[in-house]
Write a protein that binds this ligand. Structure first.
Ligand code: HEC
Length: 125
């Protein structure tokens, strides 16, 4: 019971953090920089839920050599992060080797996928 409560409150906190980040992003656009695009996250998007639905099957177990997600898994991600976040996100969108395009999340936008990848890396510290 306690751990369920913890999960709910931590994803609630994450949504607040995401909402605050979006607010700051939209404020800096209002400041006059018209080249920045607003993040196009799907309505009701939740990175943790989408990860559990689409990516968890491979990335929790390391199936087919997938980098594992979870506490203490930073070493799985370090060599990948050397490519830079944009390259990693592009590989998630287009697929790489046995990693399927969009991680099989066909209703995910590119920004949804970026948010899931950020969630995966943050959860692997
Ligand atoms: C069918 C299994 C499978 C599913 C489902 C899957 N992945 Fe992967 N993923 C892999 C494998 C295998 C690799 C390693 C590919 C390689 O580098 O050879 C990988 C690699 C990655 C990488 C690292 C890419 C890089 O540039 O190093 C990211 C990020 C990633 N997946 C994100 C996701 C996301 C986000 C989802 C869900 C939306 C997802 N994956 C779903 C198997 C999967």
């Amino acid at each position: 019971m306690l751990s369920v409560k913890k999960m709910i409150s931590s994803s609630f906190v994450k949504s607040i953090v995401v909402a605050a980040a979006l607010l700051i992003a939209s404020m800096s656009i209002a400041d006059g920089n018209q080249n920045i695009e607003l993040a196009q996250l799907s309505d009701g998007f939740n990175a943790e839920q989408k990860y559990m639905a689409s990516c968890f099957a491979c990335h929790s177990t390391g199936a087919a050599g997938a980098p594992k997600v979870g506490d203490g898994m930073a070493a799985e991600w370090e060599p990948r992060l050397e490519k830079g976040m944009d390259a990693i996100v592009a590989n998630s969108i287009n697929g790489i080797n046995t990693m399927p395009a969009k991680g099989l999340c066909f209703d995910c936008t590119d920004d949804d996928l970026r948010a899931i990848v950020e969630y995966m890396i943050e959860s692997s510290q």
